[in-house]
Design a protein around this ligand. Sequence first.
Ligand code: URA
Ligand code: SF4
Length: 213
Amino acid sequence: DQTAIDFLPTLDSLSLPVLQKAAANCKACDLHCAATQTVFGSGPADARIVLLGEQPGDREDLAGQPFIGPAGQVLNEAIEKAGLVRGELYLTNVVKHFKFKVSSAGQGGKRRLHQKPNSREIRACRPWFDAEWSCLKNADILVCLGATAMNAIMGPGRKLGDTRGRWIETDHSQRTIATWHPSAILRSYDADSKSQKFQQLVDDLKFARDSIL
Ligand code: URA
Ligand code: SF4
């Protein structure tokens, strides 16, 4: 199977803008066919903390920016409550094209419904994140948002509920941490678990913040 390696610029000229330009043309898996555009990571090249999500959603696909839709609003709130500044973080996703299926026209008309990326798509896209990480020279804290990012970075077979909230040493950083994905918070219909997960997301981001001070 093809991977993004075939679309990476030469290694001696790597910078985030160069990578972003190359990723815009990536066709290493089929997800580029139906999606609008590649949604690359966003944030300053000297960021200390990197937040890694799953894949762009409907709004991100249209805008070309990560975490600007409903999940992004939850994330913004958690970032602020944790005493962090979004503009100082680097935000990106494991998979850079939106994967969706179109719902049959129901009440709200046709909608593009999020679908989980499979392991082949995650593997195909992985070189983009590894290249981003290598360009982020000051990054030493990696926050995996949700199970897809956690399993991609920490290996399969982990449960988020057991793993979240503490450092796990990975190939990327000794200080890698997993926490709830903001979409999981939006989806939890039980109000108690919703507010508990949100608070844990805030606590995990605080934990990350406190270790850079
Ligand atoms: N969910 C993600 O994982 N990433 C985004 O950019 C938006 C929603
Ligand atoms: Fe390339 Fe990733 Fe898009 Fe697949 S999802 S085409 S690997 S950028």
